[in-house]
Design a binder for this molecule. Structure first.
Ligand SMILES: C[S@@+](CC[C@H](N)C(=O)[O-])C[C@H]1O[C@@H](n2cnc3c(N)ncnc32)[C@H](O)[C@@H]1O
Length: 216
């Protein structure tokens, strides 16, 4: 099969995420996914959908999910998950920086555990802004920069060295809510929480669940 535009091939990361994602969900992350998607309606763009762990949680008011996933193995699994989703899901090759959707065509966009990994967060947010209708909603569930200086220092050191290489391009120290606010969105809510709640926090423990509106 010839590679499509925007294809990436990260079979090792794909395999790790196919095991780790469902395990995190079983440990309680699934509740945050449900809150992320609660109340959405109309056409929804999901960026970096992985193998489709969100699909089964979309509600009946969603008329279509367009799920963009650049990694070939995960995308193939997402296509299988789309078949049993409760709402119509179309899986497409593409990236956050180059979304295969028309301007102003989406009512909402969803990012879960993906703005940590995109190559260029600013470009990704510009693309999401482009494809959303005016007033459209961006829902996000992301691990983010630690609130305490020592934690943020450790995160920055990891990001500058081994972490992105080991974890599929992931960065632990991104101030994602600030980037969303700077990207033409009005942040309506941002709930900070730790997951998992281990005694010693992991570099990826600080999370945010939020919603923002596209402003012009
Ligand atoms: C940790 S997984 C999360 C998958 C899914 N969003 C979830 O919540 O289960 C990170 C995902 O981001 C995707 N990704 C990485 N870089 C991306 C980019 N530039 N544009 C879109 N997706 C990207 C990866 O292929 C992977 O599917």
């Amino acid at each position: 099969m010839t590679a499509r535009r925007n294809d990436t091939d990260r079979p090792v990361f794909a395999r790790i995420w196919m095991a780790a994602g469902p395990r995190l969900d079983r440990e309680g992350f699934v509740e945050w996914r449900r809150r992320l998607l609660h109340g959405l309606s109309g056409r929804v763009l999901e960026i970096g959908a992985g193998h489709g762990l969100n699909f089964s949680h979309y509600g009946a008011d969603v008329t279509e999910v367009v799920a963009v996933e650049p990694e070939r193995h995960l995308r193939r699994m997402a296509e299988a998950a789309a078949d049993s989703a409760p709402v119509p899901v179309t899986v497409r090759a593409g990236s956050a920086e180059d979304v295969p959707c028309a301007a102003g065509s989406m009512d909402a966009a969803v990012c879960s555990l993906v703005l940590c990994s995109v190559r260029d967060q600013r470009a990704a947010l510009l693309e999401i802004h482009r494809v959303l209708k005016p007033g459209g909603e961006l829902r996000f569930l992301e691990h983010v920069r630690a609130g305490n200086p020592a934690g943020a220092l450790v995160q920055r050191a990891l990001d500058a060295t081994i972490w992105p290489l080991l974890v599929g391009g992931c960065h632990t120290s991104r101030a994602t809510t600030d980037a969303i606010a700077a990207g033409g969105f009005e942040v309506a809510s941002a709930t900070h929480f730790r997951f998992p709640t281990t005694a010693v926090p992991l570099p990826t423990s600080p999370h945010v669940l939020g919603a923002a509106r596209r402003v012009t």
